[in-house]
Design a binder for this molecule. Structure first.
Ligand SMILES: C[S@@+](CC[C@H](N)C(=O)[O-])C[C@H]1O[C@@H](n2cnc3c(N)ncnc32)[C@H](O)[C@@H]1O
Length: 357
């Protein structure tokens, strides 16, 4: 089937598909066009809002049927000329092929995914119109991102703090970029409250954690026990240790891990944009920890193992970005190109590597 895959992140989303060996046929800022055998191929991905099965390319009249009195709506993505005309045409087609179906308006160019989920659950339909390079695809939404289950893992676990934790959705994308497979051993040496480890457990990985703070380890263990109760996954709390990531090989054997995924020390929150000099000074303070930890991470990875590391970026008042660089001198090969993901206050740079086999 051919689908419109509506992106969550313009750069990261297509990359996550490629890491799963799905090569998009076309890539736009807001969506990709893909061919997949079934929707199962897209399960567990983090980088989409919606997936719509393509029912026509502009010009062709699609086969349509909607339930009697069903509600329907339409969302637009990409470069679509004259959306009003497309809307009226669609309305005409729907009216001719269904009994009393009613359009539901919304305030933006597109309806929010959460709203779409509710609409579909009640037997409604969302159409998606996606325009790219003069072509206009018409699709019918068949899959919506499971916002609720990710939100639950972020917000309903015993310990959480959005200022410190990586969002679980981004943690999932990071693990997907590493092509993590069930049964693989995953280590987060700066595990904090255990968000990345939690996502690993949801994917059937075997999580291991380390954090320098006793309090964080206590929190991560409580979160692990909660997840085990809620989701029926393994409680990995006993595999989280207190320790310094700069001495990782004191706690974990060399070449014992298939995957390391981590977001180490965050920078202090600063109001406004710093000068480049100030930004570099802040980064210098954390550089030593990063460098020493990465050297140790390389040792605990098995040959062929993969590392996903989120580095902090700071936007500076000269319009640039100051960041740390992970040099290839550590003997690692880059896996995917570095991608930027902007949060409310932080800029994250997602770096992925492979240890040569
Ligand atoms: C940004 S938080 C980690 C968030 C976490 N990856 C998650 O999944 O939510 C950074 C953590 O690194 C820990 N940390 C700082 N320096 C460390 C070190 N040298 N070794 C191990 N952990 C350290 C802090 O205690 C903090 O919990």
């Amino acid at each position: 089937m051919n689908v419109i895959y509506v992106h969550r992140w313009s750069e990261l989303s297509p990359m996550e598909l490629r890491a799963r060996s799905i090569e998009p046929k076309e890539v736009a800022e807001e969506f990709s066009i893909l061919e997949v055998r079934s929707l199962k191929a897209l399960e567990g991905l983090a980088g989409y809002h919606k997936v719509a099965e393509i029912i026509s390319v502009r010009g062709e009249r699609p086969e349509l049927w909607l339930d009697d009195k069903a509600k329907w709506t339409v969302s637009f993505y990409g470069e679509v000329e004259n959306p009003e005309k497309i809307y009226s045409e669609l309305k005409e087609w729907v009216n001719e092929s269904s009994y009393k179906a009613r359009p539901v308006p919304h305030r933006f160019r597109w309806m929010d995914g959460r709203e779409v989920s509710k609409l579909i659950a009640k037997g409604g339909t969302e159409f998606i119109v996606a325009g790219l390079g003069g072509r206009v695809y018409l699709g019918r939404t068949v899959m919506v991102f499971d916002y609720e289950s990710f939100k639950k893992r972020d917000m309903l676990r015993p310990y959480h703090d959005p200022k410190v934790n990586i969002p679980s959705r981004l943690a999932r994308a990071l693990l997907n970029l590493l092509s993590a497979r069930a049964g693989e051993r995953l280590l987060d040496p700066f595990c904090g409250m255990g968000t990345i480890l939690q996502e690993g457990a949801m994917m059937g990985l075997r999580p291991y954690g380390l954090d320098i703070s006793k309090k964080m380890v206590k929190y991560a263990r409580a979160n692990s026990a909660w997840l085990a109760r809620e989701e029926g996954v393994e409680d990995f709390g006993a595999r989280i240790k207190v320790g310094d990531a700069r001495e990782l090989t004191r706690y974990f054997r060399e070449e014992s891990m298939d995957l390391v995924a981590t977001e180490p020390v965050l920078l202090p929150y600063i109001k406004g944009l710093p000068s480049r000099r100030r930004a570099m000074r802040l980064l210098k303070d954390v550089k030593e920890v990063y460098e020493a930890a990465i050297e140790e991470i390389v040792k605990v990875l098995r040959p062929g193992g993969r590392l996903g590391i989120v580095l902090p970026g700071l936007k500076t008042n000269d319009g640039g970005i100051a960041t740390l660089e992970v040099r290839e001198a550590y003997g690692l090969e880059p896996l995917w190109k570095t991608v930027k993901v902007e949060g409310d206050a932080v800029l994250r740079l997602i770096n992925t590597f492979r240890k040569p086999a």
